[in-house]
Design a protein around this ligand. Structure first.
Ligand code: NDP
Ligand code: PYC
Length: 344
């Protein structure tokens, strides 16, 4: 019987990477994938932490992702940097695109990274945080698969479509937010189902369009957008910009292509990077203290900044290790021992 454990981020990274390598992922795919999953677990973002490993293995086993894909970058001198993920996971494609995206954003003031043909399940904050750490402001977005009803509707159409923003700060973690445009990420519904907990009111409707608190019925029905028509419109914008505009799948197309939600979604992603220095040029230069004044004013009212909880969780994980429950330890060991045989 497994007991709970505390692992350093480095030790967890080794375990997760080993699981992916033994499942047939190339080192080029395995390491970036393990990095985003371990970052999620380290920062207390359970919906995109180690619980996602099983879904990745299922996606590999179903043949829906190329485990040895070598992403390819193309650049035509414009502000658009393209990475073809070659049917691999998005993380390797993103890491390949960052240096060119950074260079083009510094050169032109802004640049966009378009990732096509990738399997994408991960949180977006690691991406905008990485760009903000380079001194760039950034917005990232992607569709998912049809699982969210538009405001006023009852059937799954759009994805949970996340959007993230990063803003660089001097000598401290960047300002970052990252959320699904549904009331909650689908991963949260799955975690409620696994824990046998009812959903909060207002998260979902069942297959007949009737409001439900049952996670299993919600997964068969549709989730709801956050903020009613406002979240619904932002979600549609993501379908347009990060689906139609970049020539990749929209959420209903992704679901039709995959045939079910049992594998991780496949589509594209759009990341836009801005050079704040270039934008502020000619206006007295960039004054980051003005941004800090806004943050301070919010904090002074008792508000917290997005990512504050996450950075606090990271500090604990880095100093004391990442706490895993007995079930999570058992899951990791099962996946390590059985590899793809562990998933149905
Ligand atoms: P949450 O609602 O958990 O959090 C959203 C953001 O709001 C975080 O930046 C969070 O910061 C911040 N926040 C939460 N509470 C407060 C508060 N009281 N005051 C200020 N800020 C606050 O996110 P979701 O469940 O919507 O999404 C979770 C993850 O799922 C995201 O990382 C997203 O990228 C991912 N996702 C990925 C998809 C994909 O297809 N790849 C699809 C959908 C979601 P903090 O972290 O510090 O709490
Ligand atoms: O949590 O909504 C979600 C999600 C969908 C695809 C990947 N994550």
């Amino acid at each position: 019987m497994s007991t709970s454990a505390t692992l350093s981020p480095k030790a967890l990274m080794q375990d997760v990477e080993a699981i992916f390598l033994s499942a047939g992922l190339s080192p080029l795919q395995a390491a970036p994938l393990a990095r985003v999953i371990v970052a999620g677990e380290r920062d207390g973002c359970k919906s995109h932490g180690i619980y996602r490993i099983e879904g990745c293995l299922r996606t590999i086993k179903l043949g829906k992702v190329n485990p040895v894909a070598v992403p390819a970058l193309t650049q035509d001198g414009s502000a658009i940097v393209r990475v073809d993920a070659k049917d691999g996971f998005s993380s390797a494609a993103f890491e390949l695109g960052v240096p060119m995206l950074e260079a083009r954003a510094r050169d032109l003031g802004l640049a966009a990274l378009v990732i096509n043909d990738c399997t994408h399940f991960s949180a977006l904050w690691p991406e905008v945080e990485a760009l903000a750490d380079l001194g760039l402001a950034a917005i990232a977005m992607c569709p998912s698969y049809a699982s969210v009803a538009p405001a006023g509707g009852t059937q799954a159409l759009m994805g949970t479509n996340p959007i993230a923003f990063g803003w660089p700060r001097a000598q401290q973690h960047p300002y970052v937010f990252d959320f699904a445009t549904s009331v909650a990420a689908r991963g949260e519904i799955e975690l409620h189902r696994i824990a046998g907990k009812p959903l909060p009111e207002g998260w979902a409707v069942d297959a007949d369009g009737v409001p439900t608190r049952d996670p299993a019925a919600a997964l068969k029905g549709a989730m709801l957008p956050f903020g009613g028509h406002k979240g619904s419109a932002i979600s549609m914008m993501i379908e347009l910009l990060a689906g139609v505009m970049i020539g990749d799948m929209t959420s209903p197309e992704a679901l039709a292509f995959l045939g079910s939600t049992s594998s991780a979604p496949r589509h594209g992603e759009l990341v836009i990077a801005f050079s704040p220095d270039r934008f502020a040029a000619g206006r007295g230069g960039l004054d980051l203290t003005r941004a800090e004044a806004l943050f301070d004013a919010a904090l002074d009212q008792g508000a917290r900044l997005p990512s504050q909880r996450r950075y606090a969780a990271r500090a604990v994980s880095d100093s004391k290790g990442i706490s895993l429950t007995a079930d999570e330890v058992a899951m990791l060991s099962r996946l390590k021992d059985a590899g793809l045989d562990a998933v149905t």
